[in-house]
Design a protein around this ligand. Structure first.
Ligand SMILES: Nc1ncnc2c1ncn2[C@@H]1O[C@H](COP(=O)(O)OP(=O)(O)O)[C@@H](O)[C@H]1O
Ligand SMILES: [Mg+2]
Length: 243
């Protein structure tokens, strides 16, 4: 459904990612792991078409058509959404009003919104301005809620776990499972081994990003325990040895 073909990404003249290939089918959960600065955020933003990240080579195919150079709002309308690593506060816009507007535009039934809101415990956050005066964990729960609420075809999630406590990680994982069961595919960037463990049975593939390229893609059991044990560079040596 979403396919990246030999994609290179640059910011200005600087190339950040090279030769990224990925095929995401309906209801699949793809995980991207990699050390800080390896290009995870750049990858998600480039897929979405957010400046200053630019696809300078290769193509992004969505449901059979080339969307490489389409602007973010066009992609969003087609059902591709991204959740930011650090959502910016938007004063003057009440979170609940925004959620209602999204539900109206995307024709979301209120039972689905109820379930998500329950699982992510965002009810108290909906009366506040968007991401204003919220803790890191609250921001991430609300961001995940708003991202999944529209039942996107593909959700690109950038570290929904960052700054989130264990209780919220459990809720977050539960919410992702709910959305997967409703037909949303995901590309999930995370550093949380706890979250990966909770999602293990749902994970299609784990892609290891290192120095701007995917150095390994494999199943959870092949990749994650090795990274947990040896760290990124150590795991890559191990994986290379295994061929
Ligand atoms: N807006 C930007 N302008 C210039 N360089 C950037 C920008 N965003 C990211 N980079 C660079 O791209 C590389 C990858 O960054 P990023 O995608 O944020 O990595 P990650 O999310 O894996 O930590 C880093 O070297 C970073 O400095
Ligand atoms: Mg990042």
């Amino acid at each position: 459904m979403l396919e990246l073909r030999e994609v290179d990404v640059a910011v200005g003249k600087r190339k950040i990612l090279s030769n990224i290939n990925m095929v995401v089918k309906p209801r699949e959960l793809h995980v991207v792991l990699g050390p800080n600065g390896s290009g995870k955020t750049s990858l998600l933003n480039a897929v979405m078409g957010i400046k200053p990240y630019e696809v300078i080579k290769g193509s992004i195919i969505f449901e059979g058509s080339d969307i490489t150079q389409e602007p973010p709002h066009v992609k969003a309308r087609k059902g591709v959404v991204v959740a930011y690593q650090i959502p910016p506060p938007i004063k003057g816009l009440v979170a609940g009003r925004f959620a209602e507007e999204l539900m109206r535009r995307f024709n979301v039934e209120s039972s689905y919104a109820e379930v998500l809101s329950e699982v992510l415990e965002v009810r108290d956050l909906l009366s506040k301005y968007l991401f204003d005066k919220m803790s890191g964990g609250e921001k991430k729960r609300l961001e995940t809620f708003l991202t999944l609420l529209t039942k996107p075809k593909v959700a690109l999630l950038d570290e929904p776990d960052s700054g989130v406590d264990v209780e919220s990680l459990n809720r977050m994982s539960e919410a992702l499972k709910v959305a997967l069961s409703k037909g949303t595919s995901m590309v999930l960037v995370t550093h949380s081994l706890h979250m990966l463990r909770l999602l293990r049975d749902h994970i299609t593939s784990v892609h290891v990003l290192y120095g701007g390229t995917v150095v390994h893609s494999g199943l959870y059991d092949e990749v994650v325990p090795s990274i947990e044990r040896y760290g990124f560079s150590g795991a890559l040596t191990q994986l290379a040895r295994m061929g």
